[in-house]
Structures are given as structure tokens and as C-alpha cells.
Design a protein around this ligand. Structure first.
Ligand code: IPM
Ligand code: MN
Length: 353
């Protein structure tokens, strides 16, 4: 039996997670995969009611699960996003989930905003460092609110931290039969932090003779992602640049509503969350596109070595896109729930076995 902690969170996170859970239940029932899903209430409501974001001991309890499925966090009643930062960044840091794995995969060429790109031309993965960089929250403000105010935000790069994500990217490439890895930084300007990235990248690349190691400054990378996405197989980059380029990548696959993501630490509990946020504007209206969350559930299955089930879920989403069983965001006319129904029907269809 495998145990999954489900944290639907806030806004549309609640609605899309419901559909991801149904897809998980459907596929596991069909294949006899014993999955237990425990729903946990952490999010804005829980915070406003109790004052706690992630209660004491929650992190340890979460470590005992096989995986965590998270919807989205963010609520206009908490403008400083304290609970979101505590929970999402808290889990990334607390569980040391150093790999942020974000596949950029176009499921149907009609979803791509670029002219004339086929699905096979947009198919790469981004490995975003997930525990360091500008996200560590080190720094401070001096003389706040005065004309002499100074704000400092530190960019933390450790040799260990850089090496483990770069190595993960190469190992992934090797294990999936990929031949190219791009490391992207801004070492022409960030001459200390990203000099470290340069040196570590060269050292690790030297261990992988069969894999072409290429470097692109991040500004050039964004240009190349639009100009010719087919050149990319594996991209590895720091936390902040990874955040930015994966939103760009999400658009290449049809928008944030299509983008799946995993926060991993090999051998330990990992966290799965779609790239999109809680979109309060669309919350509770049954209009959100659940595909990103459902594809995230497929990543979770893959992580649990249930490749066949993962493939079935992914194929079901693909079939829905192909046949126009989609939410409004993708030009369809279905609500969130109805899209989830359609995905479950496709999972159950004998042809997708
Ligand atoms: C993401 C999000 C988060 C991030 C926010 C919500 C803190 O944008 O997962 O990409 O910046 O990492
Ligand atoms: Mn982001």
C-alpha cells in the first residue's frame, strides 16, 4: 500500500486537486494499485481559523508518506502570502526537495502559441534548483521607509547544492537516453555565484562523455526557447531563473493550466504540485483547467514507479485535448468537474490499456 498526503490548499487548487485525486483513484482501481489518500487541511482557511500554517510535527508526519500532492496556495485575505510561503517554501526547504522537475511537453500542437510547431518539437525538461539561490530569504532592510533605505537580498549558492542539481540533470539525461544538457546562468554578471555554477557544471559534465554539455546565459535561453524549442532536451538552472523560464515553458505547452511539476529528493518523500497558482479570480466557479493537476498526478505515479498508470493518465489527458473535452481556457466548453469526468472516462476506455 502506498500513502499519499493530499493538500488541496486554496482557490482553484481545491477544485483541480479534486479531479487529480479522481484520476488517481480511477487508474489505481483499474490496475489494482493499492493507494491511500489522506486529505490535509493546510491552507488559507486553516491559517485564518487556527493561526497555524504548517503545525508543529506536520513536517515529520509528512515524511512518512510516499508522496505529497499539493493544489495551490494563495488567498487575497492573506496579502503577504505568509501561509503560502510557510507551507510551499517550508516544504521545499524543510524536506530538502532540491530538484524541481518541470517537464515542458506539448501534448497537441493546437495548444502551442508558436506558429507551425509540432508536439514532438516541444519536449524538454527543466531542472530548477529548489533549495537555494534568491529564495532562501536572507537579507534585510536598513532605514526602512526613509529616503536612505537599503534593501539587500542574498543569492546563496553552495557547491553541494549546485553540484547535486547539476548531477541530477545529467543522470536524468543518461537514464532517459537524452544526449544534450544545457546549463543556464548569468555568470557574465553574477561573477561569484554563477562562476560557481560554471565550474561545477564543467566538472560534472566531464564525467558524462556521451552527453553534450552546453551553456547559455539566461537571457539568450529565453530567446532560444521561443526561437527553436526543439533544440532542448534537458535544462538545468538556479531557483529564480528556473521559476521564470518554467512559466515561459508553460506557455509553450498551452498555458499555466497545462504545466505539471514535482519537487523531489531522491529516496525521500517528494511533493507534487502544478505550476499554476490558486487563481482566486476563478476559484469556486468550476471553470479552472484541471489538466496541470492531473498531469502532476501522473508525475507522482511515475515517481512511485507506476509508469503504466502514469502513461494512462497522460494519454487520457491527451485524448481529451484531441477531442475538445476541455475547459474554456483551452477553447472547450466544459467545467472543471466535467473535464475530470472526461479524463476518468478516457482512463477507463479499454483502448488506453
Ligand atoms: C512556483 C511559484 C512559487 C515560486 C511561488 C508561489 C513562491 O511561482 O512554484 O513556480 O516562486 O517558486
Ligand atoms: Mn513560478
Amino acid at each position: 500500500m502506498r500513502r499519499i498526503a493530499v493538500i488541496p490548499g486554496d482557490g482553484i487548487g481545491i477544485e483541480v486537486t479534486r479531479e487529480a485525486v479522481r484520476a488517481l483513484e480511477t487508474v489505481s482501481r483499474l490496475s489494482g494499485f493499492d493507494l491511500r489518500l489522506d486529505s490535509l487541511p493546510y491552507g488559507a482557511d486553516h491559517f485564518l481559523r487556527t493561526g497555524e500554517t504548517l503545525p508543529a510535527g506536520a513536517m515529520d508526519r509528512l515524511r512518512d508518506y510516499d508522496a505529497i500532492l499539493l493544489g495551490a496556495l494563495g488567498d487575497p485575505r492573506i496579502p503577504d502570502m505568509k501561509h503560502a510561503a510557510d507551507i510551499l517554501l517550508g516544504l521545499r526547504f524543510g524536506l530538502d526537495l532540491y530538484v524541481n522537475y518541470r517537464p515542458i511537453r506539448l501534448l497537441d500542437e493546437r495548444l502551442c502559441p508558436l506558429k507551425g510547431r509540432t508536439a514532438s518539437e516541444v519536449d524538454f525538461v527543466v531542472f530548477r534548483e529548489n533549495t537555494e539561490g534568491l529564495y532562501v530569504g536572507m537579507g534585510g532592510i536598513f532605514k526602512k521607509g526613509t529616503a536612505d533605505e537599503i534593501a539587500v537580498q542574498e543569492d546563496v549558492n553552495t557547491r553541494k547544492g549546485v553540484e547535486r542539481i547539476v548531477r541530477y540533470a545529467f543522470e536524468f539525461a543518461k537514464s532517459r537516453g537524452k544526449s544534450r544538457v544545457v546549463m543556464s546562468d548569468k555568470s557574465n554578471v553574477l561573477t561569484y555565484g554563477h562562476d560557481l555554477w560554471q565550474r561545477v557544471f564543467r566538472a560534472v559534465a566531464a564525467e558524462f562523455h556521451d552527453i553534450e554539455a552546453r551553456h547559455l546565459y539566461v537571457d539568450a535561453l529565453t530567446m532560444q526557447m521561443i526561437k527553436d524549442p526543439s533544440q532542448f532536451q534537458v535544462i538545468v538552472t538556479c531557483n529564480m531563473f528556473g521559476d521564470i523560464i518554467t512559466d515561459l515553458g508553460a506557455q509553450l505547452q498551452g498555458g499555466l493550466g497545462m504545466a505539471a511539476s514535482a519537487n523531489l529528493h531522491p529516496g525521500q518523500v517528494s511533493l507534487f504540485e502544478p505550476v499554476h497558482g490558486s487563481a482566486p479570480k476563478y476559484a469556486g466557479k468550476d471553470i479552472a483547467n484541471p489538466f496541470g493537476a492531473i498531469l502532476t498526478a501522473a508525475l507522482l505515479l511515475e515517481h512511485l514507479s507506476r509508469d503504466e498508470e502514469a502513461l494512462r493518465v497522460e494519454r487520457a489527458v491527451m485524448a481529451c485535448v484531441r477531442t475538445g473535452q476541455t475547459a474554456r481556457e483551452l477553447g472547450g466548453s466544459l467545467g472543471t468537474r466535467a473535464v475530470g469526468d472526461a479524463v476518468c472516462r478516457e482512463i477507463e476506455r479499454p483502448t488506453s490499456f
